[in-house]
Write a protein that binds this ligand. Structure first.
Ligand code: GCB
Length: 512
């Protein structure tokens, strides 16, 4: 199942075959023994979508920051249910491929793809064919127990990057009695990702992320796999000159990643761990931690072979209960709660790194959250709303605070900074001569000012505007019509002034 939010139970012909907790990521049940082969079968799926504090993402939190209905602890509508494809499939009974992990590297003009294959069954041999239309490399696979690892060398490698998203075909087969019993084909690109104190490097070259935080959200159906909308969104992102986006605030449909591989988009892949808090009982915290780790496992195992995915984001805006009291200037005392949060978050980061050491790992920090929480992140990813939630309408002080804070964080943590969210709500069609909030001009000016400041800082490695398009939220006094209006496109994808502005600015800059 592609995604079932939140708790799913499945029966085949009345017999329970499995349960799964958490949305936005796939899971599979073996139904071999419960199926009536060659006959009609009844598949029953039950989804339960109750918002609870110890779930991830949490809801119905006592004293949570969002005073909205439904009471989610995050700022998007808690659409639930089955909103991605469901597949019935068979695998060969005797032997089959269980998993494939590709990791890539290069030295001078030689590329390397390490292919790690796991299988079930007695098969001892297999093969890998790598082809690019021009030439073909075939390597044998020899399993020891259920694993085989081969590194393929590619002379005159064509590296993958946004300006040249070159993909190789990889075909893995396992063989029994000289004939293939199972085969899996995929596309991959050869590229490396690394980080210095000031920069993110793609294939050893500095990279600047230009793009958006997004949502899987569209009028009429809310959330769901909608491939025409996906294609439109890529077209619009290209039109603005963007090269990247974050899958805020949950992993998207798998087709998004395949298309990013082909189109040369870079993805910060985010788990559904949004709205985490740390001031309730330890049993609830550890339940949440377990679920966050399960999400990391499921996300990495699904998305690990996409060259487009350059970074894992293990949480968005975990927040301290004294956030309001601290003000928004990032100062914090080391409270007991803060220590719990720091251990929790660095545990998630370490876990993601343990599962995949080839990509960057971070979480996204909330405005006013303690900077010490970010110590184990590879980059400083922050959401900032100076000029919107604070110092609203007052650009000169808002921008002074923004700049001061960026400098402070970088000098403390010595890592590149990405502003993963900044923006302002704009009602499409509302215009103003002065700096008036909710106008298209105010939104454009705020975005421009943030980009101008970022341009003067050599440690800024990316700027993601919040949001690509207006999206549905819970109802509250600051969400007119139950909508977050920070999109540079409307919910039905019409450009606001800010989209035109980004197009003229980003298209005149280099792509990577
Ligand atoms: C944030 C959240 C995002 C919200 C946004 C806003 O910091 O990460 O989910 O939608 O602010 O517009 O308030």
């Amino acid at each position: 199942m592609g995604s079932a939010t939140y708790a799913a139970k499945v029966w085949i012909n009345g017999t329970a075959v499995g349960e799964h907790m958490g949305g936005h990521l796939p899971f599979t049940f073996d139904i071999t023994s419960t199926v009536n082969w060659g006959e009609k079968n009844r598949i029953s799926i039950q989804i339960e979508n109750i918002l609870k504090p110890d779930r991830v993402a949490p809801g119905n939190v006592n004293g949570g920051p969002f005073n909205s209905f439904p009471s989610a602890n995050y700022d998007f509508f808690p659409y639930a249910g089955l909103n991605r494809p469901i597949w019935l499939f068979t695998i060969p009974a005797k032997s089959s491929i269980r998993d494939i992990t590709l990791t890539t590297d290069f030295e001078n003009s030689t590329g390397y793809i390490q292919v790690e294959v796991e299988k079930y069954g007695n098969t001892k041999n297999g093969s890998i064919i790598l082809s690019d239309g021009e030439y073909r490399i075939e390597e044998p696979l020899t399993f020891s127990k259920d694993q085989a690892v081969v590194t393929i060398e590619i002379p005159n490698v064509k590296l993958w990057s946004p300006s040249s998203p070159f993909l190789y075909n990889v075909e893995v087969s396992i063989i029994e009695d000289d004939s293939p019993v199972d085969m899996y084909t995929m596309e991959t690109g050869v590229r490396t990702v690394s980080v210095t104190e000031n920069e993110i490097l793609l294939n050893g070259n500095p990279l600047f992320l230009k793009g958006f935080g997004k949502h899987e959200d569209f009028p009429i159906f809310g959330r769901g796999s909608a491939y025409p909308v996906m294609v439109k969104d890529y077209e619009l992102m290209k039109w603005t000159g963007a090269n990247s986006f974050r899958t805020s605030h949950y992993p998207y449909d798998e087709e998004f990643y395949k298309m990013a591989d082909r189109e040369g988009f870079l993805i910060i892949d985010e788990t559904p761990s949004v709205g985490l808090f740390f001031n309730d009982d330890s049993a609830s915290i550890s339940l949440r931690e377990k679920q966050c780790k399960r999400y990391i496992e499921e996300m990495i195992s699904r998305d690990k072979n996409h060259p487009s995915v350059i970074m894992w984001c293990v949480a968005n805006e975990p927040f301290p209960s004294n956030l309001g009291a601290q003000g928004f200037n990032g100062t914090s005392q080391m409270t007991e709660e803060s220590k719990i949060a720091e251990a929790f978050l660095s545990g998630l980061i370490a876990y993601a790194k343990e599962l995949d050491s080839t990509r960057l790992v971070t979480f996204v920090g909330v405005m006013g959250g303690p900077s010490s929480w970010m110590k184990s992140c590879d980059i400083i990813a922050i959401n900032r709303y100076w000029g919107w939630y604070t110092n609203v309408g007052d650009f000169s002080s808002a921008l002074k605070y923004l700049e001061g804070e960026m400098d402070m964080l970088h000098s403390q943590l010595k890592k590149p900074v990405i502003i993963t969210e900044f923006g302002a709500d704009a009602i499409a069609g509302m215009h103003a001569l002065e700096d008036e909030i909710y106008s298209e001009e105010y939104q454009t000016k705020l975005i421009k000012s943030y980009l101008d400041i970022a341009e003067t800082k050599n440690y800024v490695a990316g700027m993601h505007v919040w949001n690509f398009a207006d999206f549905r939220t819970g109802q509250s006094l600051i969400r007119v019509g139950g909508m977050n209006l920070k999109g540079v496109f409307t919910r039905d994808r019409k450009p606001k002034q800010a989209a035109h502005y980004l197009r003229s600015r980003w298209n005149s800059e280099m792509k990577e």
